[in-house]
Design a protein around this ligand. Structure first.
Ligand SMILES: NC(=O)c1ccc[n+]([C@@H]2O[C@H](COP(=O)([O-])OP(=O)(O)OC[C@H]3O[C@@H](n4cnc5c(N)ncnc54)[C@H](OP(=O)(O)O)[C@@H]3O)[C@@H](O)[C@H]2O)c1
Length: 343
């Protein structure tokens, strides 16, 4: 059965580098399924993928985006763990399923929506079943599409790596996708949260999620001094470093003795120089975070169902409105931006 799909692809032949292309999907292999995609959420990473696209170096066109929720409409002959009609979401990587990933140090792990693996911003996709997890029973397709990258990253940091405990203090930078999931997971674990944002209005919106302390970074750019005050000078046990660049030195100042800094975001770039003096004495752990495995996604689904958490969605756009959705992402959404793919 030849299936044609429309997909948003990254392509050097168009001005803004993205366009809708039509592609014929391959026949499904025995371990694959055909999915009708209902919703796709965008991540800052998709913006980086477009900005850093170099047609001379990278196979293109390729479909954009890493996070989808959809319905299985056909299955390969060897598939036993899923059935037609199942509502599923995909893992971020196509080759990291559980535990720690081990490989050669120059190996780039395959991620959906990269030049290595086609993305999911498509009406239909064919995908191997070992990249799939059943979507949470309490969420719609739109809500389920937000979990693959942002929710898994926040959970991998605070819960899998950081073993967050009730009463711990967590500093969260910004109010985007990863930040709002981090807030929801931390509040659900009984942590004290300090949110740092450029915009009081965004923080006001998030008050619906629970109590947290706040710092406006436009008014208080030296936010680490405020964290010291708010923690009676003990510092924060967990800091999600979503910015990097010179901001990392503030995180190093604000972290507690034996605390945790999660290296996640690159909003100010990948390069930085840091003062290691406070690290020598405070002995915090610096955790590199690269989203998480399929098992971490499964753990997120279980938590979302048990706690009945609802992802925070700023806006849902139609399939034809993807360029507008990227403009919104560029200007900073609160929580997640989603594309409704099926009519
Ligand atoms: N390592 C990983 O596994 C991983 C996974 C996911 C994302 N990331 C990275 O994490 C970062 C956030 O991703 P996201 O998808 O959550 O982004 P997002 O939804 O686009 O959120 C970005 C938010 O961060 C704040 N912000 C922007 N520039 C800032 C700056 N210079 N200093 C402080 N805050 C700033 C803004 O919030 P306010 O207006 O409220 O200040 C903005 O809305 C990105 O760099 C992304 O590439 C890494």
């Amino acid at each position: 059965m030849a299936i044609l799909t429309r997909q948003w692809s990254i392509d050097s032949n168009v001005n803004n580098k993205i366009s809708i292309t039509t592609k014929q999907l391959p026949e499904i292999a025995s371990n694959q399924v055909l999915i009708k995609v209902h919703a796709v959420s965008l991540n800052y990473r998709d913006k980086l993928e477009i900005e850093n696209f170099d047609p001379a170096k990278i196979r293109h066109p390729y479909a954009l985006a890493s996070d989808m929720a959809g319905e299985i409409i056909a299955i390969g002959s060897g598939v036993t763990q899923f059935a037609i009609g199942d509502k599923v979401i995909n893992s971020f990587f196509n080759e990291w399923f559980d535990g720690n990933f081990h490989g050669k140090i120059d190996h780039t792990i395959g991620t959906f929506g990269s030049s290595k693996v086609d993305g999911v911003l498509s009406e239909y996709i064919v995908v191997a079943v070992d990249c799939l997890v059943k979507a949470p029973k309490n969420l719609s397709y739109i809500e389920s599409s937000t979990l693959t990258c942002a929710a898994v990253t926040a959970w991998e940091a605070l819960i899998e790596q950081g073993h967050l405990k009730a009463g711990d203090t967590v500093v969260i930078q910004g109010t985007g996708g990863v930040a709002v999931f981090a807030l929801q997971f931390a509040l659900a674990h009984g942590a004290n949260c300090i949110m740092i944002s450029s915009d009081d209005g965004k923080l006001d919106q998030l008050k619906k999620l629970g109590n947290f302390q706040r710092i406006n970074r436009s008014i208080t750019p030296e936010w680490h001094l405020e964290v010291s005050k708010l923690t009676d000078n003990y510092g924060a046990n967990h800091i999600l470093e979503l910015v990097s660049g010179s901001n990392l030195n503030r995180s190093v100042s604000a972290v507690s003795f034996h605390g945790n800094i999660y290296l996640i975001g690159v909003l100010e770039g990948f390069e930085t120089s840091i003062n290691i003096h406070p690290l020598l004495f405070k002995k915090p752990k610096l955790h590199g975070i690269g989203v998480g495995s399929r098992q971490t996604l499964q753990n997120v689904v279980t938590a979302i169902e048990t706690l009945d958490l609802k992802p925070w969605i700023d806006h849902v756009y139609a399939f034809d409105e993807v360029p507008i959705a990227f403009e919104h992402l560029k200007h900073g959404a609160v929580g997640k931006i989603v594309i409704s793919v099926s009519k």
